[in-house]
Design a protein around this ligand. Sequence first.
Ligand code: AMP
Length: 142
Amino acid sequence: MKPSWYVIVAGCGRLGANVAGMLSNMGHSVVVIDQNEYAFEALPPEFTGFTILGDVAAIEYLRESKIQKADMLLAFTNDDNTNFMVAQIAKRVYHIPRVIARVYDAGNLALFHEFKINTITPVLLATGALNKVIRNYMETTT
Ligand code: AMP
């Protein structure tokens, strides 16, 4: 049987909302936190978890999310400093075993890696995917 994890998604924008829906669909218990009340409208219909309205940089909202029992935390706001701080709290204070931070500016990646934080940088993923598509075009162009 696949495990059902307790997952906290900090930031419910384009990335966080989609991933929260995907994780819900996989059977995980998901809590999303966002400071913008309208952000939750981006959650897809398959999302069955809970929402918390608040600033993830304020420890009270992380506590409200029951961060101490999380199996995974995704720091997916659009602010690298916030994601860095939330990821650090999750790792070092609460010892959450799986933490991934979104890094908006690839120039900040070295700092995250220095602190051993797993990262996702959407602009690099998009560039990698485009690289494959363009190479494929070139190989098939006569
Ligand atoms: P997006 O770039 O579309 O993935 O959206 C990023 C989301 O992060 C938005 O919904 C923002 O409201 C949210 N966000 C940014 N900073 C914070 C914060 N400090 N606390 C909670 N949510 C935040």
